[in-house]
Ligand binder design. Structure first.
Ligand code: FRU
Length: 431
């Protein structure tokens, strides 16, 4: 185990001294951005799972707060989401003082009558997210399953909708509720596309299509292992949602073969949120003003997550990204950019023609035959794990003769936004 220290990142949230994995319960509330996250309060490895908490006025400068939701002797607090229950539908606040409600997975430990299973719990806050009280009637949704987790809840019409996974069945389950307490099963989606690993941390949201071409729904499905760059990653599906069922525009098969190489054409035919090694558990903020859809990912990979150098604690988030949707000839593609709050001067701009090679602190960014690659082999202090020194690549849609890129380099990471954000490659690099 490496306990090397590295400087703290400037533009990325990183906890001071704890272990962090997935972003949880992202919400914009009363003018403040709240990020909760999977946290081990007492060690720099996974365990004792609780919700850490940080807030920011601008998505870039974060203040770390005390742990929001603590693990207990019999339950770990796994991933989930937060909503502002403006009408007090849950009854957990009052009409005058509506609650913030966290919906998360309790992973039951030995000593619990439910040992070995996972179910969905609520907690509520009446002080804007600082203090949380578990709902006395927990769990609110229990299938008796060992791998039913990661609820993401959003408002749709008069109902609450929850997407959550049956992780080992590679399925996203959709439930609806009038009050966050009583849930009704409505439909499921999957397995589809990349399904060699567990499906985790789903998200479902509507996005306007550029140029006023209506809107579509996007389902994010994080997957570990079996992602396009190896290990953990995020794939997505574009389609429609009628409040009950998600219907993808097209599915082009399913691959469950764990031995598939990273160059396998089947994996490459799917839509990937990011083609780098370090962008997992991607999830979006609730209640963002101006209909913006903003996400954070965990900038790490379960392949080597426990071995990366410390930056105070262990792990950081991706830069916050704003999403859009572009219509191409035969399909829709997500596009993403760092949020506009990031000063323009933080980004490098390059245009790469065929055969070009841009050295970035020893990392090689290359464009050849319509393929953009990022090579961190042998760079800096990457020798802490044999799985770390790899080269990541992505085909640029329509393989143009040149490609423009925006690059964000922080003290231990590089994020490449190529072709107006249609392709991103995000990698940790301990320069
Ligand atoms: C994803 C994940 C989730 C789970 C959490 C536990 O990284 O495995 O499925 O809720 O981490 O920390």
């Amino acid at each position: 185990m490496s306990d090397r220290q590295h400087s703290r990142p400037r533009w990325h949230y990183a906890p001071r001294s704890s272990w962090m994995n997935d972003p949880n319960g992202l919400i914009h509330y009363a003018g403040t951005w709240h990020a909760f996250y999977q946290c081990n309060p007492s060690e720099t490895v996974w365990g004792n799972m609780s919700w850490g908490h940080a807030t920011s006025p601008d998505l870039l400068h974060w203040t770390e707060h005390p742990v929001a939701l603590w693990h207990t002797a019999t339950e770990q607090v796994y991933s989930g989401s937060c909503v502002f229950d403006a009408t007090n539908s849950s009854g957990l606040g009052s009409t005058d003082w509506p609650p913030l409600v966290a919906i998360y997975t309790a992973h039951y430990l030995p000593g619990s009558a439910r040992q070995g299973t996972e179910a969905q719990w609520l907690a509520y806050s009446l002080d804007g997210g600082s203090h949380w009280t578990p709902y006395p009637g927990n769990p609110v949704l229990d299938r008796g399953s060992a791998n039913f987790r990661d609820p993401k809840v959003f408002r749709h019409g008069d109902e609450w909708v929850m997407v959550a996974v049956e992780a080992e069945d590679q399925q996203v389950l959709i439930h609806t509720s009038p009050d966050l307490v009583h849930w009704r099963y409505r439909s499921s989606f999957g397995p589809a596309h990349a399904a060699a690993g567990a499906w985790e941390c789903p998200d479902l949201f509507e996005l306007p299509v550029d140029n006023d071409e209506g809107s579509k729904w996007v389902l994010l499905v994080n997957l570990n292992p079996g992602a396009v760059a190896g290990g953990s990653g995020c794939q997505y599906f574009v389609g429609d949602f009628d409040g009950v069922t998600f219907t993808p525009d097209a599915v082009v098969g399913v691959s469950t073969d764990r031995s598939l190489g990273l160059d396998d054409p089947l994996l490459r035919a799917y839509d990937w949120f990011d083609f780098g090694r370090d962008c997992y558990a991607v999830t979006s903020f609730a209640d963002v003003p101006d209909q913006r859809r903003i996400v954070l990912g965990w900038m790490n990979n379960w392949d080597y997550a426990h071995h990366i150098p410390l930056t105070g604690g262990r792990s950081m988030m991706t830069v916050p990204r704003e999403l859009g949707l572009v219509r191409l000839a035969d399909r829709y593609l997500l596009r993403q950019r760092p949020v506009r709050e990031l000063p323009a001067s933080a980004l490098l701009h390059h245009t790469l023609a065929d055969g070009d090679h841009v050295p970035l602190h020893g990392v090689a960014l290359e464009y050849h035959n319509g393929v953009l690659s990022l090579d961190r082999r042998g760079v800096g202090r990457g020798d802490f794990h044999e799985g770390f020194g790899t080269r990541q690549w992505a085909e640029i849609p329509e393989r143009p003769s040149s490609v423009t890129v925006e690059v964000l380099i922080d003290t231990c990471s590089i994020e490449v936004f190529a072709a107006a954000g249609l392709v991103t490659i995000s990698d940790l690099v301990f320069f």
